[in-house]
Design a protein around this ligand. Structure first.
Ligand code: SAJ
Length: 437
């Protein structure tokens, strides 16, 4: 039996030994899905604290309950380590490491390259490798393939290599790792065949495509679509403001169209580790082929201008009440990058707090998910007594509309509110204490 058939057999009877490189919000749920499917899974992460926590049977990822990890660890289906040498006995590897941006705005592939340099020491005949980290088209073929072939092994014959974009939406309950359709593209047809047998044995729906590049590009289309539409609706908010029209009412009216329209909402900026970043991987790649991705550049410009636009709203609102921003008490409500999660990455609240401080405001914040803020020049704790903080603030600015807040009470207690998320809804529209984006 050749390598392909042998591996497919191991996937079907779950005897293939699986490793997940990177145990974050993508890797840990994926490790759990394969373990629940009956594979023996080894999670590998360089952060010993994560490894220890998993082996103690607890979870640090919001979407994965601790008892689920404990059950899988107790039954021997899930274990964690920081030792890459275990890869010598592994058949199937999924790479789920971060792909952030450098300060210069260029892609930072250092995590992918670091794990590839570890993995290449252990690649052996009969191994399948799938990259999940969001990256520009060509990364799998240009950066991972050559490193694996340094061993002298041949892709598609000895080992198999594919790309499958992660589609984890932190905090979402309806679409999770196991039931979200999974796009999968191989470096060769045999790579697709083997990786499809592996992923198809644990995930509900696998969507095979003709190459790794198609799979890499599909992911970037998904998130670029989102980032550009958010940028467009943010500019709509700015335009409506200039025309004296309520953008929130305009959006609700447009959203009554049952076809040919998709609702996005303006906000104080674009947070998260996917939407603001992934499209810039694409625009960077296009620059290498002398093409300027103008939609992406423009949307990014508008989205990154929203924190300053929000602070200007606060300044103008105080000004209308004969108060200077300088010296005023401003309370920021919600600092996570989106509602009902504890993730701060790229949160616009960080820029807003920084800008408010720069303009001399006395800034405080409250967020039920984030007890303390340590970021660049920001070193703050979430206020303990929300009611008194709202009452004593000269202006409250709602940046992240967590669903746990009592917005009616906040409206009653506050002197002034800048509502950057339309959290107050209609209560806010007819109230002269409230200014919306
Ligand atoms: N945002 C707006 N207006 C909108 C939607 C979002 O300002 O209409 C802001 C959010 O407040 C946040 C940022 O954009 O700051 C990103 O929000 P998001 O809803 O896109 O949340 P993410 O970053 O968690 O996006 C994830 C993505 N998942 C992956 O990349 C794997 C994205 O592809 C999903 O489409 C998205 O979840 C989702 O559908 O919720």
């Amino acid at each position: 039996m050749d390598q392909v058939q042998e591996l497919i057999k191991k996937m079907e009877n779950k005897t293939a030994r699986v490793a997940i490189l990177g145990l974050g919000y993508v890797g840990l749920p994926l490790a759990v899905v394969f373990a629940e499917a009956g594979f023996k899974v080894t999670g590998i992460d360089p952060i010993q604290a994560k490894v220890d926590q998993i082996n103690r049977g607890s979870s640090y990822v919001l979407d994965i309950p601790g008892e689920q990890v404990a059950k899988l660890v107790r039954s021997g289906y899930l274990t964690a380590t920081s030792d890459y040498s275990v890869l010598k006995d592994i058949d199937a590897v999924s790479i789920c490491v971060p792909t952030p941006l450098r300060k210069t705005g260029d892609p930072d592939l250092s995590f992918i390259l670091a794990v590839s340099d570890s993995l290449k020491q252990y690649v052996h005949p009969g191994m399948v490798i799938v990259l999940e980290s969001t990256t520009y088209p060509g990364t799998t073929r240009e950066m991972i393939l050559p490193r694996m072939e340094e061993s002298g092994l041949k892709v598609g014959r000895d080992f198999f290599l594919a790309f499958s974009p992660e589609r984890v939406d932190p905090g979402r309950k309806d679409w999770t790792t196991i039931n979200t359709p999974k796009v999968l593209g191989g470096i060769t047809p045999a790579c697709l065949q083997v990786s499809k047998a592996w992923y198809g044995s644990a995930l509900k729906t696998v969507v095979p495509v003709s190459s790794a590049e198609v799979a890499e590009m599909a992911k970037l289309l998904e998130n670029t679509f989102r980032m550009i539409n958010i940028g467009m609706v943010n500019e709509m908010a700015i335009m409506c403001d200039r025309l004296g029209v309520d953008v929130w009412e305009v959006i609700e009216a447009a959203a009554t169209k049952p076809f040919g329209y998709m609702k996005f909402l303006p906000g104080p900026g674009l947070g998260g580790h996917c939407i603001p970043i992934d499209p810039l991987y694409l625009s960077w790649k296009l620059k290498t082929v002398n093409y300027s991705a103008r939609f992406i550049e423009l949307a990014s410009e508008i989205n990154t201008s929203m924190p300053r636009y929000t602070v200007t709203k606060v300044q103008d609102t105080l000004n209308q009440h004969k108060k200077a921003l300088n010296g005023s008490k401003v309370l920021v409500i919600g600092v996570a990058y989106k509602p009902d999660i504890d993730d701060l990455r790229e949160s616009p609240a960080l820029d807003i707090i920084h800008l408010l401080g720069q303009k001399g405001a006395e800034v405080s914040y409250h967020d039920p998910y984030i007890a303390s803020l340590r970021h660049e020049d920001i070193n703050m704790e979430s206020v303990a007594d929300l009611e008194s903080a709202v009452k004593s603030a000269d202006c409250v600015v709602i940046v992240t509309n967590h669903s746990s807040y009592d917005y009616k009470k906040m409206l009653a207690d506050a002197r002034l509110i800048v509502d950057a998320r339309n959290a107050l809804g209609l209560h806010g529209q007819a109230n002269d204490k409230v200014v919306r984006l």
